[in-house]
Ligand binder design. Structure first.
Ligand SMILES: [Mn+2]
Length: 470
């Protein structure tokens, strides 16, 4: 770890940037608390080695609006530990509740006890505090623009813009924004209003500035290879951020990546929050800013916590794979045994078991899931998909589009071509592929029009909720 952290140039202002912790997150029903504890320990250790002038958390500290008390305590301990090393600024993400973060601000700053008692505590107030929590978007003069002084005596202007919801009116900006303007246009005005304050009494030969936000920057990749276009209406144009900002610190998208031609970074999530993030190398960012020079950005890789893995193998190979998987969180798709057999459901020698029983060596299991758990005793198995007999027959009922013109068409082509193992979950008998295609259309329409989804299957969808929008 420490070899990844460069020596700090004497006159540099060093910012440690982390994001998207999602405390309280579960994968299916598997809690991540042990993973978070290990990662927080690792991040505190990195901070102690890097000795930054400011530690920035760009949002989604929590996974949900009502964090479990254990995770609330975890956040308080983590921020206090970081606050021992350097000043800390935390921004609300779309997963965070501003009220929960207000409570957090009270909890991490006991100097405000009198204000709390008098009912006048304002977590966005402009005076300097060791741990600042930016719980909601607000005006520059109400605390969105602050000045930190580095160990080398350089001023760092920090602009903090927490997540701005697409449809909610941002109260403090009522005078600035127009109801009919696009999201991107309103963001441009907000950023410009901040820049006016951030760069007043600013000496560009000496001072440095950082813009921090939880938002979707245009052209960012939302998985290892895809750029999402559906949400581009709500994506912020990096041209809004003028060149005097030496570093743009973003949260929201979980794939660690540079944005805005390398002027900024998504620090990314610190753990794989769902299976869509499988295989991503998580990290924190160390940014060294020197006035008038390009900012030096260093990725410090994180290695703590259990990984997420999707595994496809016949039952007979699982025992061998178990060692490699270790205690990781795994979804197993059991595929057919390589050799053609009269009993494809059996991994062991033919026995006298009933047709729906699974035989492994000299043991018999009533369900495939029980057999997988037995074969991988150390792993956290959060899903078992029966891909032994792909539901080819019923997939033929999915209407094949003549031309691929819509996202729905593309989904149907994919479903017919490679959806077998997915549709075969629960043996294929409980899933109607034509309904799956229809469901996709309903959900796609709901997200693209930002309307609520009310589906007959809503309850059943709970099982897949970890794959939802982050
Ligand atoms: Mn997030």
């Amino acid at each position: 770890m420490s070899e990844a952290i460069p020596r700090r140039p004497l006159e540099a202002v060093r910012v440690l940037h982390t994001s998207d912790w999602h405390l309280g997150a579960k994968v299916r029903n598997e809690p991540r608390r042990s993973d978070h504890d290990a990662l927080i320990g690792e991040i505190v250790e990195i901070a102690a080695t890097a000795r930054p002038d400011l530690i920035l958390h760009t949002g989604d500290l929590f996974d949900g609006e009502r964090p479990p008390m254990a995770d609330f305590g975890r956040a308080i301990s983590a921020l206090r530990a970081l606050g021992e090393i350097a000043p800390v600024a935390v921004l609300a993400g779309n997963h965070d509740s501003p009220i929960a973060l207000d409570v957090l601000a009270i909890a991490v700053d006991d100097r405000h006890a009198d204000d709390v008692e008098a009912g006048r505590f304002d977590s966005a107030a402009a005076e300097a505090t060791r741990i600042r929590v930016h719980s909601r978007p607000t005006l520059a003069e109400r605390g969105a623009v602050t000045t930190y002084t580095s160990q080398a005596g350089v001023n760092l202007r920090l602009v903090a813009l927490p997540f701005v919801h697409q449809n909610r009116v941002v109260k403090d900006f009522a005078a600035l924004l127009e109801a009919n303007a696009t999201y991107n246009d309103n963001l441009r005005k907000i950023v410009a209003s901040y820049s006016g304050t951030a760069f007043s009494a600013f000496d560009p030969t000496r001072d440095v500035a950082v813009f921090a936000s939880h938002l979707h920057v245009r052209d960012a990749r939302t998985s290892s290879e895809k750029v999402i276009h559906i949400a581009e209406d709500y994506a912020t144009d990096p041209a809004h951020f003028e060149p005097r900002y030496g570093y743009l610190a973003f949260g929201h998208i979980h794939v660690p990546q540079p944005v805005a031609d390398g002027r900024g970074q998504y620090a990314g999530s610190v753990i794989e929050v769902d299976f869509g993030e499988e295989g991503e190398q998580k990290r924190v960012v160390v940014a060294d800013l020197i006035a008038g020079r390009p900012t030096k950005v260093t990725s410090v890789p994180l290695s703590s916590g259990r990984r997420l893995r999707r595994l496809r193998a016949p039952l007979s190979e699982l025992a061998d794979r178990a060692h490699d998987v270790g205690s990781d969180i795994v979804e197993v798709t059991v595929i057919a045994e390589p050799e053609v057999s009269d009993q494809p459901a059996s991994a062991g020698p033919a026995g006298a078991a009933a047709a729906d029983q699974i035989i492994v060596g000299d043991r018999t299991f009533d369900t495939l899931s029980a057999a997988v758990h037995f074969l991988m005793p150390d792993a956290a198995v959060v899903g078992v998909i029966d891909g032994r007999t792909p539901a080819r027959q019923s997939l033929d009922e999915v209407e094949q589009p003549r031309a691929v013109e819509t996202v729905g068409d593309a989904f149907r082509v994919w479903l017919r071509a490679s959806g077998g193992p997915v549709v075969a979950a629960n043996g294929g008998s409980l899933v109607d592929p034509a309904r799956v295609a229809g469901l996709f259309d309903e959900l796609h329409a709901a997200v693209t029009t930002d309307s609520p989804t009310i589906l007959a299957e809503t309850e059943a969808l709970g099982a897949f909720s970890d794959g939802s929008e982050r």
